[in-house]
Design a protein around this ligand. Structure first.
Ligand SMILES: [Zn+2]
Length: 620
């Protein structure tokens, strides 16, 4: 059935003027923020943000595209909307605002389930990082979000302003009588973000109301909160799809919101399918027509959410919505951290308070921990592998010129470079890696050769050190005679029992602690857990530091391909204390033996980190 449209035909022609939109005025342009770009000094080191090029005689890293005099980036092939004066309609002083929606849209991610306590912790982390707006949730949608808003006052709120999210009023109802608007108002936030339909398909098929009524819903709802003194951000849902389908109507929805007093229009790529060139074209058109702050809210279904956010800023957007670590339903929202790092390090924008960019990596990790989600090592800028290079041939060059192999200085975002160890490693790779750990092997060429031989032999047996930094360090220390001994294994025995459906394991561990022989029994849900318990019990009196060390991850991989008759088991075990994590590896034909090795190394390394007194101190 064809939707009944005669009454709305005036919205269907993009060439017709949009009803009552604010015409562009003035020609003033936003000031580009003061240069804070990273520069390369002549010696190849990274100069910090704000250092002047003149001082170091350096070269600008990001010389390729600088913002023009109007603060905007040149976008090849995309001209500003004709005759509009471009984005000059916007206030000259407008800075780019970072709007976080981790607690609302981000928490739609599969497997992400935050308690109220968790939400408060995430909000505190984002506020401390320095984002401008934290969207706390949708108070009308569930009691948990309502409780969050009730308790949000417990946080110090040093940088961010709190926003509550909700939808426009229901069709054919008075805004003053709409219970959802009342709940949203009761959340008592300075900012109210209202989502409304901007795509005719959704008005017709999802909302099932008339297009005029949808415009009235937007206007009435915005006016309701403006009257209450709230700042209103209008999220134009499916805006980019709506603009393609019926630009006149999509723009009329925006006009309804701004006429009613919305001070920000967030254009949402709700289905996440829009590509960067289309984003920038539409953003430029909208910024040329409206005198309010224009933003984007991009989803990552085409793997373009970050790119779309960046080009939107180039097109005149000054409000970017996204989520920590790119969390969100389906393929996620724009990763706010990559957007912030890109704009600050490569486009001169000052988005976070001074010095806070260096907290980016730790904030990303902290939020992943609160969310109880694995932290993606390949996450741009902040992941543990973001600046990790597996480059036997290049290792010495990396040591000489780190800038030649990284797009930014890892320290700028609080991350660090790593050289990965692999069987392709050359001598220089091992030297660099050892130096990273504070062990200088360069004075003894024979020692570096011995370490390399040992690594190659171990990798042939199935060890992998790329991810097992702690085992690598222990191995180097052993070869160098600098590995302290905290305990010596005499032997262990493990009994695995199944009674009915219950599994229970018991381990007996016999250790030599200097002159003393200690026997301890541990019980657990499996043999590895039982061994861990027994080992900790045997060592508890001597090493109180163990109380701080816990296991965070345990992975088993069966390796074959070298001997068809006997597969080899590789165990990777990650331990943590309050300062960080480390990973150890064990390899054996037997899963328990491999696990023991990773476990014993994990605790030994933890004791080494904690500075515990060894029974046999490292020599030299
Ligand atoms: Zn969304």
């Amino acid at each position: 059935m064809t939707p009944d449209r005669p009454a709305h035909s005036n919205y269907s022609n993009p060439d017709q003027p949009v009803p009552s939109f604010t015409p562009p005025t003035g020609t003033s342009a936003p000031e580009p923020s003061p240069a804070s770009v990273q520069r390369l000094a002549a010696d190849g080191t990274w100069a910090g943000a704000g250092d002047s090029a003149a001082a170091g005689g350096g070269v600008e890293v990001t010389a390729a595209q600088r913002p023009g005099a109007d603060g905007m980036l040149p976008v090849p092939g995309v001209a500003p909307a004709a005759g509009t004066g471009g984005h000059a309609a916007r206030p000259a002083t407008e800075r780019v605002e970072i709007y976080d929606t981790t607690l609302r849209d981000g928490s739609q991610q599969v497997g992400l389930d935050l308690t109220v306590e968790d939400k408060l912790r995430v909000a505190a982390a984002l506020d401390s990082l320095g984002v401008d707006v934290v969207e706390g949730g949708w108070p009308g949608s569930n009691p948990k979000d309502a409780e969050f808003f009730a308790r949000a006052g417990e946080l110090p709120w040093r940088n961010a302003t709190l926003a509550a999210f909700g939808a426009t009023r229901r069709p054919n109802r008075d805004a003053d009588a709409d219970p959802d608007l009342a709940t949203l108002l009761a959340a008592n936030t300075p900012i109210v973000t209202l989502v409304g339909k901007a795509w005719t398909l959704h008005v017709d098929e999802a909302l099932r109301t008339t297009r005029d009524e949808n415009l009235a819903m937007v206007a009435d709802s915005v006016r309701f909160f403006v009257r209450e003194g709230r700042r209103v951000v209008f999220d134009a849902e499916h805006f980019f799809d709506g603009y393609v389908a019926d630009p006149g109507y999509a723009l009329a929805v925006l006009a309804a919101a701004t006429d009613a007093g919305a001070d920000t229009l967030a254009l949402c790529d709700t289905n996440g399918g829009t590509l960067p060139d289309d984003i920038v074209r539409v953003v430029r058109d909208v910024t040329s027509r409206f005198g309010v702050r224009i933003g984007v809210h991009c989803h990552n279904d085409s793997a373009c959410a970050v790119a779309n956010s960046l080009v939107a800023v180039g097109g005149g957007a000054t409000h970017i919505q996204g989520a920590a670590n790119g969390y969100g339903e389906r393929c996620g929202n724009a990763d706010l951290f990559a957007v912030i790092a890109g704009l600050e390090l490569k486009r001169d924008f000052e988005l976070l308070p001074k010095g806070r960019l260096a907290a980016l990596a730790s904030t990303a990790r902290e939020i992943a921990e609160v969310a109880n989600l694995p932290f993606e090592p390949r996450q741009p800028y902040v992941g543990s592998s973001a600046f990790a290079t597996k480059a036997g041939l290049h290792a010495s060059a990396i040591a000489r010129r780190p800038d030649a192999y990284s797009h930014v200085d890892p320290a700028a975002v609080g991350n660090q470079a790593h050289v990965l160890v692999s069987e392709l490693a050359g001598r220089s790779n091992v030297l660099v890696k050892a130096a990273e750990m504070g062990l200088d092997l360069s004075a003894d060429p024979q020692l570096a050769t011995d370490v390399l031989d040992e690594i190659k032999a171990a990798e042939h047996r199935g060890y992998a050190f790329e991810a097992a930094d702690a085992s690598f360090e222990l191995l180097v220390r052993k070869v160098a005679g600098r590995r302290p001994a905290f305990f010596e294994l005499e032997g262990y025995r493990v009994v695995i029992e199944r009674a009915g459906t219950a599994d229970r394991s018991e381990a007996i561990v016999r250790l030599l602690l200097g002159e003393q022989r200690v026997v301890a029994v541990g019980e657990g849900v499996g043999p590895v857990h039982a061994l861990d318990q027994a080992l900790r019990k045997a060592l508890a009196d001597l090493y109180p530091e163990l109380a701080e060390i816990h296991l965070v991850d345990y992975k088993v991989r069966i390796l074959d391909g070298r001997a068809a008759t006997s597969a080899v088991t590789r165990v990777m075990l990650t331990s943590a204390d309050h300062q960080g994590e480390w990973t150890t590896v064990g390899v054996s034909d037997d899963i328990v033996t491999a696990s023991w090795e990773a476990l014993a190394d994990g605790l030994s390394y933890g004791l080494l980190r904690a500075g515990a007194d060894a029974l046999i101190p490292a020599t030299a």
